[in-house]
Write a protein that binds this ligand. Structure first.
Ligand SMILES: Cc1ncc(COP(=O)(O)O)c(C=O)c1O
Length: 417
């Protein structure tokens, strides 16, 4: 029987993963799109992409229907035959073992060989020096996951990747708005991906974005997102350089229906774009509020006379100005055996919790199905995060006193569980 009886009835939580994630204005924006009857991808998507690229400081941004889709596109674009130095089946890709399912699966779906590496439990991210040590002549790509608003020294990793002609992809699905020395996470690599799923820094329900700086990469992403097609929407075609080239080269084809690449359908709707765009305009405020809530929760625990370092909190990595998604927490190892009971207790009194991403991903049965860790390599540091870590939400509005007390008192009850 599940320890988490309430998980499917989110409304009964007093402290949810996310509270009031969608504002009245967001709903109005979505309604305007519905009223216009232009629901499929159109001008709102385009506008969101343009604003996103401008703010992130990248040449291009392309919206998709989820962060997972953005990861899928990144890998299939990196391996596309139209790309120079493209990935080939069997190539080795370094990936942190503390990752999300769809950080990993696009590699497997393309036929690449994931090489898992451990993480630094203090930041939840890989350590750049340990990562660089793991690079071999077979490494063709580094697929980094910027976990919970943190990252390693991406300047250093980027420099090495460039020197060794290794493709660098950043899964920044959990880190929208975090900066490393004033540069946004997700903008260091050849591709950077973002998620707008529920409880992320901004949410459009479902949604995601992929950024890049190279014209060719953008055109590949563009075609792959939508059936392998360069046309398909009057909101874009004029911007695409190769459109006229193909139209001239294939005069017998209807120029609106030229398929130039393989493809998926990963397009968002303009409803998602309208909500995402509206949220994006208040990202700064959302980041500020989450930071303040994090501070309030940690202070209320640490200032209480019952505080005995029962928990540790993940701090920003060196030179990171963080944009937190949730509040990852590591319990002291003396409570290791009680952890699930403690989480079940939090659940029963109305505090919603989650694991830190999916823990050590090679522990998951799906990786056994594909024999992804044939040597049964151990990842001790990520393992400790799996065994001792969990997460509560950080809300976009100031946390109420009631919820602050609820968290403080229940957390400090851990000794009695
Ligand atoms: C690191 C990471 N990558 C990818 C994703 C997938 O994003 P989505 O849920 O939008 O598909 C998530 C989801 O939370 C994530 O945490």
């Amino acid at each position: 029987m599940s320890l988490f009886k309430k998980s499917l009835i989110q409304k009964s939580y007093k402290y949810k993963l996310l509270e009031d994630g969608i504002s009245k204005e967001d709903i109005l924006e979505a309604k305007n799109v519905l009223d216009s009857k232009q629901i499929t991808m159109a001008s709102k998507t385009r506008k969101f992409e343009e604003m996103f690229a401008k703010k992130m400081g990248t040449k291009y941004a392309l919206m998709v229907n989820s962060g997972s889709s953005a990861n899928l596109l990144a890998i299939f674009a990196a391996g596309n035959p139209l790309r120079q130095n493209n990935l080939k089946k069997g190539d080795e890709v370094i990936i942190p073992v503390l990752c999300w399912s769809t950080s990993l699966w696009p590699l497997v779906q393309f036929g690449l060989k994931p090489v898992f590496i451990d993480i630094d439990p203090k930041t939840l991210n890989v350590n750049e020096d340990e990562l660089i040590e793991k690079i071999t002549p077979k490494t063709r790509c580094i697929f980094l996951v910027n976990v919970h608003g943190n990252s390693c020294d991406l300047f250093k990793v980027k420099k090495i990747a460039k020197k060794k002609k290794i493709i660098l992809i950043e899964d920044s699905c959990e880190s929208l708005g975090s900066k490393l020395k004033n540069k946004y996470l997700g903008t260091f690599g050849d591709f950077g991906t973002f998620s707008f799923f529920y409880s992320h820094q901004i949410t459009s329900g479902e949604g995601g974005m992929i950024v890049c700086n190279n014209d060719k990469d953008y055109e590949i992403l563009f075609a792959l997102r939508s059936h392998g097609w360069l046309g398909g929407t009057r909101f874009y075609t004029r911007k695409l350089k190769s459109y006229n080239y193909y139209a001239k080269r294939y005069p017998s084809l209807d120029p609106r229906y030229i398929f130039v690449n393989s493809g998926f359908n990963l397009r968002p709707t303009d409803i998602q774009a309208a909500i995402g765009l509206n949220q994006f305009t208040r990202l700064k405020k959302l980041i500020r509020n989450r930071k303040q809530n994090r501070r309030l929760i940690i202070n209320s625990l640490k200032k209480d006379k019952r505080w005995k370092n029962q928990f540790q909190f993940i701090e920003p990595a060196k030179n990171i100005n963080p944009s937190w998604m949730g509040l990852p927490i590591i319990i002291d190892k003396k409570y290791k055996k009680q952890k699930m009971k403690f989480l079940s207790y939090l659940d029963s009194i109305g505090i919603e919790t989650r694991p830190i991403i999916s823990g050590v991903f090679t522990n998951q049965p799906a990786t056994k199905l594909y024999n992804l860790n044939p040597t049964k390599k151990k990842f001790n540091k990520a393992q400790s995060v799996q065994e001792l870590g969990f997460l509560i939400g950080l809300h976009q509005k100031k946390i109420s006193k009631d919820n602050l007390f609820l968290i403080r008192d229940s957390f400090l009850n851990i000794d009695k569980i």
